[in-house]
Ligand binder design. Structure first.
Ligand SMILES: C[S@@+](CC[C@H](N)C(=O)[O-])C[C@H]1O[C@@H](n2cnc3c(N)ncnc32)[C@H](O)[C@@H]1O
Length: 420
């Protein structure tokens, strides 16, 4: 049935069938069915499970919309500002890490240790309890819930939520000011982040090492995706068969991807190029297992690529930070590196490849469009479709060709070569 003809009852029937399919998946794969207990494990991340999950979430969302109607929806949609304010306070005052993994803490002790008065700590915590973050099983005593404990245990996820609710939320709030002041300019000097913080995002991180370190940890966690490793693995396995040399990773951040890939490909070396702050973070993360095969090099991708004879060049989640004009420069700067490597050296672009509207399911499309708007707020940049990538590559050098596109998941991969 198309969504216009959906009724609450037909949607409820869909929900029942979709929930059964999810339970069948758990049973068929011998997995424990999720509960709200602290021991409950994360849902699977396989494409098959994600498609079942998406279908059920879409039906639940549609049912909720029909039942509450647009007026009530809009009220709670706009009130998310206050939900986020509570979350932000809880993160800034470290409530997620002060509350112990096991047992309870009194609100009084929580307030003392957080350095905030009892009244406001209690109100924030009780607000979050309405979202199943934390529990108050004994009046006045707080414990973790299955939702909040992940923010205690997973530091990278905590960093992701925190930097989003800190520097990015502030910038997002000023989007209108930024776009009204320069409605026809789109680059990182004319973006909401700069309007709010006075500097472009990377200059700001260079000037704010605490935030840069949090951002680097967030990147390491938020983008750790099995699907990504699957895609890169596929292409590097092919490359690694016949070249035993270095893979060059441009804008490689702290080098966490290279470190993981170095473990998967023990005969490959990796050169991670980035700005100072990210490389310092990388030196902290590197383990002895890969120390002799992952190297760091300070390099801006706007300058000509100095690395020669690479097995592959990889740029991951960088082009989305830059406007078209800058991406053309990045692609042009890569040419000397490709020309000084063996013919057929791939240039791998690992980023979201935006779908044309309406091709993906509604929730899957929303997820990548949210990231597209992050790029607008942070950089006045964008996520690009395959056709948009091709146009910029061709403008940079007409010899560029896209030979393969892997776009089975949210993070895609373009396999690009310089035609001989
Ligand atoms: C969104 S992060 C992606 C990091 C990493 N590639 C990953 O996938 O986790 C963008 C990276 O681009 C780097 N960057 C920004 N400007 C750069 C420049 N001019 N040259 C090289 N790297 C740069 C940033 O420091 C940051 O590490």
């Amino acid at each position: 049935m198309n969504s216009q003809g959906a009724s609450v009852l037909s949607l409820a029937e869909d929900i029942f069938e979709q929930a059964k399919a999810i339970i069948n998946y758990y049973q068929a794969n011998n997995l424990a069915i999720p509960t709200f207990s602290l021991q409950s494990s994360d849902p699977p991340t396989t494409p098959e499970y994600q498609s079942l999950q998406n279908a059920l979430r879409t039906s639940i969302e549609d049912t909720q919309r029909l039942v509450e109607g647009p007026r009530k929806f809009l009220r709670s949609f706009a009130a998310q500002v206050y939900d986020l304010a509570s979350f932000r306070i809880a993160l800034d005052f470290e409530l997620f890490t002060i509350i112990p993994a096991e047992g309870e803490i009194s609100l009084k002790e929580l307030a003392d240790r957080a350095g905030l008065d009892l009244d406001r700590v209690s109100r924030v915590v009780r607000m979050l309890i309405t979202f199943r973050f934390f529990e108050e099983k004994t009046p006045g005593f707080i414990s973790h819930s299955s939702s909040s404990i992940v923010l205690l245990k997973d530091e990278e996820l905590r960093c992701t939520v925190h930097y989003t609710l800190d520097e990015l939320l502030k910038a997002a709030a000023d989007s209108n000011i930024s776009l009204k002041s320069t409605p026809f300019e789109a680059d990182n000097q004319n973006c909401p982040f700069k309007t709010r913080h006075g500097l472009g995002i990377f200059e700001w991180y260079n000037a704010n090492p605490y935030n840069a370190s949090r951002f680097a940890r967030a990147m390491a966690g938020a983008t750790r995706s099995k699907l990504f490793y699957g895609l890169i693995f596929k292409v590097l396995s092919y490359v690694a068969q016949w070249i035993v040399t270095s893979t060059n990773y441009v804008g490689g951040g702290s080098g966490h991807i290279s470190m993981t890939l170095a473990k998967l490909f023990p005969h490959l070396k990796f050169v991670v190029q980035d700005q100072d702050e990210m490389l310092i973070e990388g030196q902290k993360l590197i383990s002895d297992e890969v120390r002799d095969r992952v190297f760091f090099q300070r390099h801006t991708f706007f300058d000509q690529q100095p690395f020669k004879d690479a097995a592959a060049f990889l740029i991951r989640q960088c082009t989305h930070n830059w406007c078209d004009r800058d991406v053309v420069t990045i692609f042009k700067s890569m040419v000397p590196g490709l020309e000084s490597s063996k013919p057929g050296t791939p240039f791998l672009i690992n980023d979201i490849i935006m779908p044309e509207p309406g091709i993906w399911t509604r929730l899957a499309e929303r997820e990548v469009r949210q990231i597209d708007i992050v790029m607008l707020v942070g950089f006045r940049a964008k996520q690009r479709t395959r056709a948009e990538f091709l146009a910029l590559l061709t403008e940079a050098d007409p010899r560029y060709e896209i030979r393969n596109v892997y776009e089975t998941g949210p993070l895609g991969l373009l396999e690009v070569y310089l035609r001989q």
